[in-house]
Write a protein that binds this ligand. Structure first.
Ligand SMILES: [Fe+2]
Ligand SMILES: [Fe+2]
Length: 415
């Protein structure tokens, strides 16, 4: 007899009479996932757990083939498919230091990035024309970024993977500012110091407004004399900042020392070790990371995970060790935008970090195990995988080898 029973009555030894499908798991791409097929014998507690996890209230069993409920209870029914119940999205606890969920903050972070970018572009353009710096505008911009970082640092950091290009590198400065703030936040710096740091790092390359545009925008590599001029942007930056009111020495170090290296191989003064201000070193790491992960005419963008490895490889040589550690802590092992192959051979892009376990971020699967593209990326939360579908990251891949434009997918997944 076909019988509808409550999910709590389901036991090992019962036969499923109808397909059991899940309706809303993982978004539109995963609609109507078959959890158990008609005629399947329940052989393990795991199968039952899986159905419970899917939020099903009732299932239909066939008591003529298998076990009945104790006392023969349940409701006889016609053989129809049980409509799947919608699972309530499970609210996860926020990771330490986050007061807003990643997805929620992402909406604000996007607006913040656009507003700060526009403000900085405006400031840089007027500086290039010899105008007066609008410091108040910059301070507001610095505050906005800091506030976003203090709500959920991962959102602004995630956006640094989306690169924009403009002549005065305003977008680069916003990214560097974000990455420096992420380090400062990981270091436990207070909000008002972070705001000062934000304003100063937004200006780290302000000296480039004094570099001739034909050098600044040169698509290829520099000739030696061009390189020399380009490197002067650190000195020009100092000159510009000296003319501003209320600029502290600390803020100045960011513009003047962000290309100095821990081992003395940087410029403009070949400073070494502790003689470089901590803020200068923090900006140096962020600056190199953003440059490595950006595409240039002469080089493709380096995948974030490889850029982190490169920086880690230069720990205690080019970069101060504890800052490298904080940087990696802030970005996680697989930063947003990392292309990964899973143990299932599927290929995906890391689309949301997991600060509680950096090895288990959310991944948008874009290629099936047969390397066929998925029309709609399917987002899996590696932290939520159960014993039966144990997807995990097997290795990091190079997107250029698959001809994949990660940014296009990221924008699509981020909605
Ligand atoms: Fe620079
Ligand atoms: Fe820079």
């Amino acid at each position: 007899m076909k019988k509808s029973i409550g999910i709590d009555q389901l036991e090992v030894g019962m036969y499923m009479e109808a397909d059991v499908k899940e309706g809303a798991k993982g978004g539109a791409s995963n609609k109507n996932v078959l959890l158990l097929g008609k005629g399947v014998l329940i052989t393990s507690a795991n199968q039952i757990r899986r159905l419970k996890a899917a939020g099903l209230a009732n299932v239909i069993i066939d008591t003529t083939k298998g076990k009945d409920v104790e006392g023969g209870g349940g409701v006889p029914v016609a053989p129809v498919i049980v409509p799947p119940t919608q699972r309530e999205p499970r609210k996860k606890a926020l990771a330490p230091g986050r007061t807003v969920e990643y997805k929620e903050e992402m909406k604000m972070a996007r607006k913040t990035k656009a507003a700060v970018n526009a403000a900085l572009k405006n400031v840089m353009e007027s500086t290039a024309l010899g105008g007066v710096m609008d410091k108040q505008k910059l301070e507001i911009a610095g505050k906005l970024i800091t506030q976003s970082v203090f709500r959920n640092v991962d959102a602004m950091v995630g956006l640094t993977r989306i690169k924009e290009h403009d002549p005065y590198t305003a977008a680069h400065c916003v990214n560097v500012c974000t990455l420096v703030l992420a380090v400062a936040f990981a270091d436990g710096m207070d909000q008002s110091t972070c705001e000062m740091l934000a304003t100063a790092t937004l200006l780290h390359d302000i000296g480039k407004t004094k570099v001739p545009l034909e050098i600044l925008n040169k698509p290829g590599r520099f000739e030696p004399h061009e390189l020399q001029e380009m490197r002067k942007h650190t000195v020009y930056g100092e000159e510009i900042l000296r003319e501003m009111s209320d600029v502290t020495e600390e803020m100045m170090y960011i513009a003047t020392q962000h290309h100095e290296m821990w081992n003395g191989t940087g410029y403009p003064h070949n400073l070494t070790g502790e003689s470089i201000h901590r803020f200068g070193q923090m900006t140096a790491v962020a600056d190199v990371y953003d440059a490595l992960t950006s595409a240039r005419v002469y080089k493709p963008a380096m995948p974030p995970h490889f850029a982190l490895s490169r920086i880690y490889g230069n720990k205690d040589t080019e970069f101060r060790g504890d800052i490298v550690d904080l940087f990696i802590k802030a970005l996680g092992l697989y930063p947003v935008g990392t292309l990964v192959q899973l143990n299932t051979e599927e290929i995906g892009i890391v689309c949301e970090p997991n600060p509680l376990n950096t090895r288990k971020p959310k991944v948008a699967i874009i290629l099936t195990r047969y390397k066929k593209p998925r029309l709609v990326p399917f987002v899996v939360d590696l932290a939520e995988e159960n014993a039966q579908e144990k997807r995990e990251i097997a290795k990091v891949m190079d997107p250029t080898k698959f001809n994949i434009d990660v940014e296009v997918y990221l924008k699509r997944v981020a909605g």
